[in-house]
Design a protein around this ligand. Structure first.
Ligand code: GLN
Length: 388
């Protein structure tokens, strides 16, 4: 057989999605891959049922259905504090995963450097490799997950083409403060660098923290490529609806990449999701409240068991400190955890560039009874998890 591509030899399959398969194999409560086990809003599902009998079965416009882009522009204009043009400043993609990939391919040339904060969502590593770029990792140092401004500027001195910003952050739950974002923005302007954001958790924020859009900061609209999705906001991760928002000149290029990568996001699903994009502020307040309750329930449960953990400011992930169990491999620990304790988690090492083996990631986007079941199982972790 001829040799397969060199570019694919440099990364493995997704550890997150592998952990879902392992969880299923052992019948574990799967808190690894982050997706809800509760229903999306009724209004969206009802509209989906109607849409199946309407005329939405062929391609929509490649960069997104007109009414979807209009509804999205209206919502995001409100949030981002500027008038977004549905016709020139949006591309609808197959999830934020494609949005990020299209953004990377639109701005980087072979060998360009891209700054990635570590820990990071595993796709960013693969995105840089697939687009031929080279990551420069800047640590977010646990347990606070702060970065050193000098280390960041050192990274900028290598003249990266872009910086990837996941805010709120998966997996560490960090919500970047306005001051931190302004510092990043100043460096991006000083070194003439794009910022590609992943803001899929923009609506999952815990008081008193607040989300600031990088694109809304002074002078940043011009160089920010904002990527996000409907997956987390409307609990429809399987619908693969994401988008890129950026200035027209950038969008022109993203459109081309997107067109040849996927042609377009699913037409009937775009149509059904429009009602969600038109929800009022009360929907987002409700979502925030629900996730705050889940977070508090889960954190209290972990505290009662006496497991050390991070406290997320945003998103729905918790990092558990598992150093006391003495495993050399957190991947091994996660497999044993699924098999013997019955809870699916993601090994922290799959997010860190640094040799970090102390953490595993759990998520709490689950019904309260599912979370309680996981907590009941975790209560036995010290007796059931085999010694390495
Ligand atoms: N973003 C989610 C996570 O980190 C889902 C990842 C995925 O499989 N797309 O778990």
């Amino acid at each position: 057989m001829p040799e397969l591509s060199k570019r694919t030899a440099n990364f493995t399959d997704s550890v997150i999605r592998r952990m879902t398969r392992i969880s299923n194999q052992y019948g574990a409560v799967n808190l690894s891959q982050g997706f809800p086990d509760f229903d999306p809003p009724k209004e969206i599902l009802n509209r989906l049922a109607e849409v199946t009998r309407e005329d939405f079965h062929q391609y929509s416009i490649t960069w997104g259905a007109q009414n979807f882009r209009e509804a999205l522009a209206e919502k995001q204009s409100r949030l981002m504090g500027r008038q977004i043009d549905p016709n020139g400043e949006i591309v609808v993609t197959c999830g934020s995963t494609e949005a990020m990939m299209a953004a990377m391919m639109s701005v980087t040339n072979l060998g360009d450097k891209v700054i990635v904060f570590s820990p990071f969502y595993e796709n960013y590593g693969a995105d840089t490799i697939l687009s031929g770029a080279e990551p420069i990792y800047v640590p977010l140092v646990p347990p606070e997950f702060n970065f050193d401004a000098n280390v960041l500027e050192d990274a900028f001195r290598q003249h990266p083409k872009a910086l990837i910003l996941c805010n709120p952050s998966n997996p560490c739950g960090k919500v970047f403060t306005r001051e931190e974002l302004l510092l990043i923005a100043d460096l991006a302007k000083k070194y003439d660098t794009f910022v590609i954001t992943d803001e899929v958790y923009e609506h999952i924020i815990y008081a008193p923290y607040q989300h600031t859009y990088m694109a809304s900061l002074p002078g940043m609209w011009e160089r920010t490529i904002s990527c996000s999705s409907l997956s987390k906001t409307y609990s429809i991760t399987g619908w693969r609806l994401g988008y890129v928002i950026a200035p027209p000149k950038i969008i022109e290029t993203v459109k081309k990449v997107h067109d040849f990568l996927t042609v377009g996001a699913a037409a009937p699903l775009q149509e059904a999701a429009v009602v969600g994009l038109k929800f009022g502020d009360d929907y987002y307040r409700g979502l925030q409240q629900e996730y705050t309750e889940k977070r508090d329930l889960f954190l209290k449960g972990l505290d009662d068991i006496g497991i050390q953990h991070t406290v997320p400011q945003g998103a729905y992930y918790i990092m558990l400190d598992v150093s006391e169990y003495g495993y050399a491999s957190d991947l091994d620990l996660c497999e044993k955890l699924a098999q013997y304790v019955g809870v699916g988690a993601v090994p922290g090492s799959s997010f860190f560039r640094e040799p970090e083996n102390r953490y595993i990631r759990l998520h709490f986007a689950k019904r309260n009874d599912t979370l309680q079941k996981a907590l009941d199982r975790l209560a036995d972790i010290r007796t059931k998890l085999p010694r390495p």
